[in-house]
Design a protein around this ligand. Structure first.
Ligand code: SF4
Ligand code: SF4
Length: 363
């Protein structure tokens, strides 16, 4: 394989110690060894040694990973299974070995700026976007998941910013941040081109507010890694709301309930941000699940639900069970894709996005 020496080293350094086995949300949902970082490293080491080909079920397995980084955090060797998984996805794409279900999503990204085949955004969201067409110094980036699927979170985020008197633009033809391409095919030239286009189209803004942590992580981490010059300061919706609350620009009324915060791994692990609990505490009680913050367990996403829906329904259901087990009454989601995946199941517990929770409880 043409993957980096670092990734080859990671694959070969796996000690098969099983420390990552209990932590993988997908492996725990399927109960299959093949879904652990350990098993993935083993199958890829066979490819590396010429004993197997990078095709069929081996490639499928590479896509049965959320890139959530839970295994990276716990890996006994200190290596990063996410790194080789992303590089092998790129390798599969370069060798035309991308599974048909991924190719279909890539075609939709190229045609519709989202992987879900959605051609138009909802009319109520379009009407809200239109109200914010004037050019300001700040741009609100809704992201593919909120713009094309999770419109309630997008509309709620705008309601909060309007209440706070924040002046911002929402682009009618919002450029793609590259989050989906980075996830599906990693550092391909197409991904870089999309990111460069995004950077160019927002170059006239001083500040970027991201609705979705997935886009925040892409802009703050991947752009830096690939030397894509983003002139604007990037701030997450939750970080901004924490500031607006501290500055008295918004106030929240109480809506007593036991809230379990579903930390997005993009915020908790990748960006090391934790603003949501401080916000939720102003509304009700925090009832934390066992594994939270940097230890968070991914609860699924609409992106992976496109091709492994039954597995993702189980992943989401298991996480909502975690909240019920500690007596939580409502799960608060930071990440739009996770929230929308959880909406697809009947988890037996209330769920809400942080955007909606704040918007619903503005004084
Ligand atoms: S990154 Fe997450 S989903 Fe992928 S193998 Fe590691 S723990 Fe499992
Ligand atoms: S924790 Fe790391 S070294 Fe151990 S099995 Fe998992 S990937 Fe391999």
């Amino acid at each position: 394989m043409l993957i980096s020496n670092k990734s080859k080293e990671i694959i070969d350094s796996c000690r098969f110690c099983w420390m990552c086995r209990h932590i993988c949300p997908i492996g725990n949902a399927t109960g299959q060894e093949r879904n652990t970082a350990r098993a993935r490293a083993l199958s890829l080491s066979l490819v590396e040694r010429g004993a197997a080909k990078l095709e069929g079920s081996i490639v499928d397995n590479v896509y049965e990973c959320a890139l959530c980084g839970a295994c990276t955090k716990d890996c006994a060797t200190g290596w990063d299974p996410v790194k080789f998984t992303k590089e092998v996805r790129l390798e599969a794409a370069l060798n035309d070995q991308t599974p048909a279900y991924i190719t279909k999503m890539l075609e939709s990204v190229a045609a519709n700026k989202n992987p879900y085949g959605v051609k138009e955004i909802a009319s109520d969201l379009a009407a809200e976007i239109k109200k914010h067409a004037d050019k300001k110094d700040t741009v609100l980036i809704l992201g593919a998941d909120a713009r094309y699927v999770g419109k309630d979170s997008a509309i709620a985020a705008m309601k909060v910013l309007d209440k706070a008197g924040v002046e911002y633009t929402v682009l009618a033809d919002e450029p793609d941040t590259g989050y989906v391409l980075d996830t599906l095919i990693g550092a391909a030239s197409e991904t870089k081109e999309v990111m460069e286009k995004f950077a160019k189209e927002v170059s006239g803004f001083k500040t970027i507010i991201t609705v979705d942590p997935a886009d925040a992580k892409t802009l703050l981490r991947e752009y830096k890694e690939w030397n894509i010059d983003l002139k604007a300061e990037v701030i997450t919706f939750t970080a901004l709301c924490a500031k607006l609350l501290a500055d008295g620009k918004i106030a929240l009324k109480s809506a007593p309930k036991k809230y379990s915060v579903q930390d997005s791994f993009f915020l908790a692990r990748d960006l090391e941000e934790d603003n949501t609990r401080g916000i939720v505490e102003k509304i009700g009680d925090i009832c934390d699940m066992l594994l939270v913050k940097k230890e968070t367990v991914w609860a699924g996403s609409i992106l992976l639900r496109e091709y492994i829906p039954n597995v993702i329904d189980k992943v989401a259901s298991r996480r909502l069970d975690d909240a019920k087990r500690v007596g939580g009454e409502c799960v608060v989601f930071e990440c739009v894709g996770e929230y929308e995946a959880a909406k697809k199941i009947d988890g037996g517990i209330d769920i809400i996005s942080i955007h909606e929770l704040i918007a619903d409880n503005l004084k």
